[in-house]
Design a protein around this ligand. Sequence first.
Ligand code: RIB
Ligand code: CA
Length: 305
Amino acid sequence: MERVILDVDTGLDDAVALFLAAGLDTLHIEALIATNGNVGLEKTLENTLNIAETAGLECHVYKGAEKPLVREPVAAGDFHGKSGLDGPNFPPRQRQTVQEESGIDAMIRLLHTHPGEITIISVGPLTDLALAMQKDSEVVQLAKQIIIMGGSFSAGNVTALAEFNIYADPEAAQVVFSSGAKLVLFPLDCTRQVTLSPSRLEGYHTIKTNSAQVFAACMDTYQANYERQKQGWPQMHDPLCVAYLADPAKVQTEYRKVWVVTDRGPSYGRTVKEETKENDGVHIATSIDIPWFWSLVDSAFAVLP
Ligand code: RIB
Ligand code: CA
């Protein structure tokens, strides 16, 4: 059983990651931490609570950072809509409420309670991770591994050179990439390869469970926003990080040192990789077994309420 903490800026593809994590019986979700990112923290928290309730998740939900370490906040509403999760309508929640304890403190506490056992999956800006590392330097060694969706070693998606999660808090990303933690990174170069097809989306609409219907409504919005911006079909960025935990052998990686441009200018938030012979690198995902990934998503929605 893989113990996992998910740090999310629930948006539409974060919702897919949450549903996938909820539907995998090999994962035990210790906590969900909502952070500022695609939209502001209040909205990402509301979205995370709603998806957790829909998926029948019992785990606690915490508030993460409400703003980046240094820069002014940026949002990615173009793809996710004003609410960050445009599309589905949710009934009033019966169970899920936000915990009093901060997400940063909860992450640190859980890592000390289960040293070396918890994987952190971070699919939004890396502010929470950076704050936890700055508050308690042991976090780096206590985490079993940290799986991150972020960065690009080709074109960016928020500027010509930068990917959103990194661009939204470059200083935090540099703290994490230089921490020495065991990192697995899913950049756009890998996640852009996995897109939702029209026929597959049609298929999910026929599954009459709340989770599948919410997912399909989310993907309708995601697809419409991609089409409006002439970006093709929706790219499954965040759920690949969860799939990796199910079977790392289905993902090809390369080991490189990664750093982030933190000087203001056209390269601000750009990720750079370089060969390394030291133990200071990151396992960068270069490709994933795409049919296997979708079979995992299908198996999740076969069991979700
Ligand atoms: O660039 C893609 C990433 O930015 C994804 O995590 C998406 O949810 C947005 O946060
Ligand atoms: Ca995200």
